[in-house]
Design a protein around this ligand. Structure first.
Ligand SMILES: [Zn+2]
Length: 245
């Protein structure tokens, strides 16, 4: 409806203009805060990457209602419209812009649970258990032995029988049914199981900081999904997310 390119695009975000780097191993774009050495992406896109090759997480190149309008005018007047659309992450104008009560992008916020649970959490797990094949985890402090993970997932699933229903859906065995996990399953895992599980795994001096990362993520998501959020909590969420990335 917003007529923006969306996830998977070179410039995928409707809130900011983060420019992605192409991961040659699997031909997808990813969006590092610090670009890897020698990254040369597409020269045209690198040139428009605002703020240089590295991003300041407390000051991303945000979009606002006025700049969004200006970008649409740019696309409409460009002779190389496809390039401009790609560089801005916008396909064109949206019919919703006729409604004066709507502002881009503030009127179309993200659902934090879906944003994080369908992407960040499964990818972190894959990195930990060595299933993210493009980046091997040998010797990394966050690496979790497959057998340990399998064992903990079996225990987690079995624990469902003793968990009150008010805590939400039953836990699935992630090591067996990762493909069947919907956002709510990942959310339940993140809110209620991730910290005790990783506290069991990350016990050495080297791996402890990995547990702290999970704590930051859990706290940020827990705060973000409340029905009413105080302004001071928004500051806290921002801080936790900035520390996390
Ligand atoms: Zn963004």
């Amino acid at each position: 409806l917003t007529n923006m390119k969306g996830h998977g695009a070179v410039v995928p975000c409707r809130t900011c203009r983060l420019v992605g780097c192409l991961c040659a191993a699997n031909s997808t774009y990813y969006y590092p805060i610090t670009t890897p050495d020698g990254w040369d992406g597409q020269p045209y896109l690198r040139a428009i990457r605002q703020g240089g090759p590295d991003y300041d997480v407390s000051n991303l190149p945000y979009r606002d209602h006025e700049s969004h309008g200006a970008h649409i005018r740019l696309i409409e007047s460009a002779s190389n419209a496809q390039d401009v659309m790609q560089g801005l992450g916008i396909n064109g104008d949206s019919i919703l812009r006729n409604l004066s009560s709507l502002r881009f992008p503030q009127s179309t916020p993200f659902g934090m649970a879906h944003l994080v649970c369908l992407n960040v959490v499964p990818r972190l797990i894959e990195h930990a258990i060595g299933e993210f094949t493009a980046v091997p985890n040998d010797g990394e402090p966050y690496a979790v032995p497959r057998e340990t993970w399998k064992d903990l997932c079996t225990q987690l699933e079995a624990s469902s029988a003793t968990v009150p229903a008010s805590y939400g859906k039953q836990f699935k065995n992630i090591s067996q049914h990762k493909g069947d996990m919907v956002s709510e399953d990942w959310l339940n895992f993140l809110l209620y199981a991730a910290l005790p599980m990783f506290a069991t795994i990350y016990t050495s001096k080297e791996s402890r900081p990995c547990l702290k990362l999970w704590v930051l993520l859990v706290e940020a998501i827990q705060d973000s999904i409340q029905y009413s959020i105080k302004r001071s909590t928004i500051g806290l969420i921002r801080k936790n997310i900035q520390k996390f990335v």
